[in-house]
Ligand binder design. Sequence first.
Ligand code: 5AD
Ligand code: SF4
Length: 453
Amino acid sequence: MPKLYIKTYGCQMNERDSEQVARMFVQKGYTMTDREDEADVILFNSCSIREQAEQKALGKMGLLAKQQRHRPHVVYGMMGCMAQSKKEELFKELPRLDLVVGTQKYHRVFEHVDGILRARQERRMDELQTAFSGTHVCDVAEEADSQNRIRDHLNPGARSTAYVSIMQGCEMKCAYCIVPYTRGAERSRPIRDVVDEVKMLADSGVKEVTLLGQIVNRYGRQMETADGKGGFVQLLEAVHEVEGIRRIRFVSPHPIGFRQDLVQAFTYLPKLCSHIHFPMQSGSDRILKEMNRHYTVQQYLELIDYARKTVPGITFSSDIIVGFPGETEEDFVKTLELVRKVGYMQLFTFIYSKRTGTKAAELPDPTPRKEKTDRMTRLLKVQDEIAMALVKAQVGQTVKVLVEGFGRNEGTLSGRLDNNLTVEFTADASLMGSYANVHLTGARATVLLGELA
Ligand code: 5AD
Ligand code: SF4
């Protein structure tokens, strides 16, 4: 049986897309491997969000091709965001590469690999060659309904949680962001299709679904009802109906368009986890404007306030960019202030990375790298203190945990609370995939520790 190795960079959307590609190969008789040196097909699902992500994928694939010179039959493919943005240029950077597949063509990867293998075989017959190169296939064209093609899951029964892609693309054009250029126009799947997929997952034993979209609260914008209920809320209500599903999460919303109907949904949809990943990016109004984010710090804080009043105990996490072009010490201090004010459970922090083709790439960026990394260190320190205090404040409670895996210490299991915190506790592996009542007894950094209640 031929073997497939897939390495995935970037976001959950990419993980989901990789899963769908893997499923296609498995259906056709491939087995998955996590060893590059025994794979017949090596696929990378790439990310372009920061330069470092691109460099990592390029470096790793270059190295692999070199290490595996003695295995000329291996097919190498690059999929995803970097494939979409660099296109044929990738063949120059990676001479062993056979296949480039863009973000709207994941469903055609198997077909292309198969085509390459056939072409090689024919050539082998003709020319009695043993080593082949130069079977270049590049498929990066747009496909109007590609959002409707992401539906297959690999062994859905093997896990209690699953991702469900509800839409593709982004049109927000934040000044720093490459995504609108790599993922194309915003397109939503029909509610009925998403619900069918969630039903299938529930039937296989999945208990928690995370709905994925570049900006989920823009899902189905054309579908607003007469009483002002947005498409995303309608989708949440429909998914909530699916029997067997006990928890629903979503990533990521945009503060713009995060309306009261969505906050209210948390009050009457008990399966909706009371945690919102709510990307802020900066605590300075001046920088937010330059970033093209369309909201002010005040508006953002008002939303948080409204959510906290409406949904007691709700927690937040966020993305922050440090060192956006022109960010001064004063701007940065405002970010620190905001982070303190909100008290995020988790923070995903990034040093600004210039992306060619975006608006921010044209802005002067005089701040030295060293200053940016210092700011990052300061931010992380503030966040660490906040997170540890928030985690400690949970100790003493008895909570419901969905058991998702093994803990770090032998004999322990690990799972998440409704508010997205992780807890480890001693228990028998037979609890895997089910709910446990856990009494929280302490913490190791930001991981809670507990015992079965
Ligand atoms: N540089 C650094 N971080 C970025 N992000 C998006 N584009 C860039 C960039 N050019 C961050 C944002 C976004 C997260 C997914 O990645 O914070 O929310
Ligand atoms: Fe990376 Fe963004 Fe593409 Fe996800 S959508 S892989 S984060 S560039």
